[in-house]
Design a binder for this molecule. Structure first.
Ligand code: AMP
Ligand code: GLY
Length: 446
């Protein structure tokens, strides 16, 4: 099969790498890709926000199947364009992609279908927003309705911070049309996890759970980013918690979408807060997570193309994916200035030395080749990903690889996976049986 991936980040590098491994893959293409992805398959230029331009690339390479990385083309209706043209694609229709494209739609949908989420009010204008603030009090979470590239959510501790955010979104229009309407919601507390599934609309195939690290600095300090690292480990959720999430959140979401005439197909990412009164939905993303995909796909042992074909053919129900029992960790290396304006054009060294370590894979994001030198080209530069027999070893491996890499102003978190180690030490969560642990190879194959 000829396979095409759309996007240019670490998530798309991991997707391209995994698809290339499949027995069923003949050629793998990526548009627009990046220098790391170019080592896995041919890269072609494309404007990812333009569904028709994506369709043109798929037709040009005669793709048998296209996988979309980022949300923008899905929300813009790329799947509908492919269906019209009779080309196979993985992802939700434009109508179903509103789960991410409009926070107001998502919250009202959850309300209609009794899906647990924080109490909220919708503000159509500044006066509404002030009234909502009075009702909800602080702390409060203010969310722009539309897509805002990770800049649309403010967790306001007090009234002053809340009014500042409202002023920025609604008066200064810092996010343009995306911030014209808002959701204000109660602030939840608990542990945040990423629960990602594949679905053909009926069958549900949950991925191994992952946890992102959104804040820029260690111990979840500083402003939120797109994600500074993630780990995937079975102990994040035990069997009972997983079943509870599927029963209370995943199944009603898919049933609700079908009942409303917009059945959901593709990847669906549930950003969840595990509160004392059970899991609650913080957000839906109509795609895979970045960086969650990197450590997750490193653990996938099933043929990924087989699973994607089952999504297309509606035969996912009853299929099981096989995962390595070994945990994995991805540490994101970011440029100075990120999550604000990043400094770019810095030479990156040590990539080969890092990749030569066993159980390590580097996924490129903001990199570029110039005069035969690898340079930084964005905020998140690459995700150093490692897998090992247990979480502390995977963390150690990932950071050993990180220590080989250098570029001016490089910043990264030093505590990726630490929450997982604390959870395991505390003995909560799922974990795996001592017997399963014995069967595990010391060093996992990548
Ligand atoms: P979202 O894009 O909706 O996931 O929001 C981005 C981040 O804001 C989430 O990853 C959470 O860390 C935080 N957040 C969103 N909603 C809430 C909430 N109701 N309570 C607490 N934190 C939240
Ligand atoms: N890692 C968060 C996201 O992909 O939205």
């Amino acid at each position: 099969m000829k396979l095409l991936v759309i996007g240019s980040g670490g998530r798309e590098h991991a997707l391209t790498w995994k698809l290339r491994e499949s027995q069923l893959s003949e050629d793998v293409y990526c548009a627009p890709g990046n220098p790391g992805i170019a080592q896995e398959g041919e890269c072609l230029p494309v404007d990812v926000k333009n569904p028709l331009a994506i369709l043109e690339v798929a037709q040009q390479v005669q793709a048998d199947l296209t996988v979309i990385g980022p949300e923008a083309p899905l929300v813009a209706g790329v799947v509908d364009e492919f269906e019209k043209a009779g080309l196979a694609i993985i992802g939700p229709s434009k109508a179903a992609a509103r789960l991410e494209g409009s926070k107001i739609f998502a919250k009202q949908f959850m309300q209609r279908h009794g899906i647990p989420t924080a109490r909220f009010l919708v503000a159509e204008n500044f006066d509404d927003a002030i009234k909502a603030l009075e009702i909800l009090g602080t702390p409060v979470v203010i969310k722009a309705d539309g897509l805002a590239a990770g800049k649309g959510v403010v967790v306001a501790r007090d009234r002053e911070q809340a009014e500042k955010a409202l002023d920025e979104f609604m008066h200064q229009k810092t996010l343009g049309a995306a911030g014209e309407r808002l959701v204000l919601e109660a602030c939840l507390s608990g542990e945040e996890i990423s629960f990602i599934i594949m679905t053909d609309g009926r069958g549900i195939l949950p991925f191994s759970p992952a946890q992102d690290h959104k804040a820029i600095f260690d111990n979840d300090q500083g402003p939120n980013t797109g994600g500074m690292g993630a780990y995937s480990d079975d102990s994040i959720l035990d069997e009972r918690q997983r079943e509870d999430i599927v029963r209370r959140i995943v199944a009603p979401t898919l049933a609700g979408m079908a009942a409303e005439g917009t059945p959901y197909r593709g990847f669906l990412y549930f950003g969840l807060m595990l509160t004392t009164s059970g899991p609650q939905v913080l957000e839906y993303n109509v795609r895979l997570g970045d960086p969650e995909t990197q450590p997750t796909l490193v653990r996938l042992r099933s043929d990924f193309v087989d699973l994607l074909k089952a999504v297309r053919e509606g035969t996912l129900a009853g299929l099981e994916a096989h995962w390595s029992p070994n945990p994995s960790v991805c540490v994101v290396l970011a440029s100075k200035g990120y999550p604000g304006k990043p400094e770019t054009g810095k030479q990156i060294t040590g990539v080969e030395a890092a990749e030569s370590l066993g159980g390590v894979k580097l996924f490129h994001a903001g990199t570029t080749f110039h005069d035969r030198q690898l340079l930084t080209a964005g905020g998140r530069v690459m995700g150093v990903t490692a897998i090992a027999q247990d979480l502390p070893s995977a963390i150690e491996r990932a950071y050993a690889a990180v220590s080989k890499i250098n570029f001016e102003g490089m910043q990264y978190r030093h505590d990726i996976g630490a929450k997982g180690v604390r959870r395991r030490t505390a003995g909560s969560g799922g974990g795996r049986s001592p017997r399963a642990a014995k069967r595990m190879p010391r060093s996992a194959k990548l």
